[in-house]
Design a binder for this molecule. Structure first.
Ligand SMILES: [Zn+2]
Length: 127
């Protein structure tokens, strides 16, 4: 796992100017973007690594590096969608009392809201 590889950096630089100014500030000040190689099927984090990330006080976006090989409109949408999740402070962690069909419904809502906001930010270039 590495922090802002060249591919991630170029993707961030393409996406940033398309975002509203307050979202750009949010991204630069409050978000850490980490990437991992597409070949890696699993990942492990030590609690020390997690503590370091926690101490940064920042939100985290994880991106599969395979994304950087995809058409730019697609990769830009994926990153923007993930930023939208954080900007909306959406959570996908539900406690065990929430019923399975309710979780599925909430997940659909969360995903649709993030995509809708990402499309709005990207304008006509979004999918
Ligand atoms: Zn999503």
């Amino acid at each position: 796992m590495t922090e802002t590889t060249r591919g991630a950096h170029s993707l961030i630089e393409r996406v940033k100017p398309k975002l509203p100014k307050d979202v750009q500030d949010f991204l630069m000040n409050n978000v850490i973007i980490l990437t991992w190689e597409p070949e890696a099927l699993g990942m492990a984090f030590t609690k020390e690594e997690l503590e370091e990330l926690y101490k940064s006080g920042k939100h985290i976006i994880l991106l599969n590096e395979g994304l950087f090989e995809m058409p730019s409109d697609h990769s830009e949408f994926v990153l923007t969608h993930e930023i939208a999740h954080l900007y909306l402070r959406q959570t996908t962690i539900f406690d065990e009392h929430v019923k399975k069909n309710e979780v599925e419904r909430l997940m659909r809502e969360v995903e649709e809201a993030a995509s809708e906001l990402a499309r709005k930010w990207l304008g006509a270039s979004g999918k």
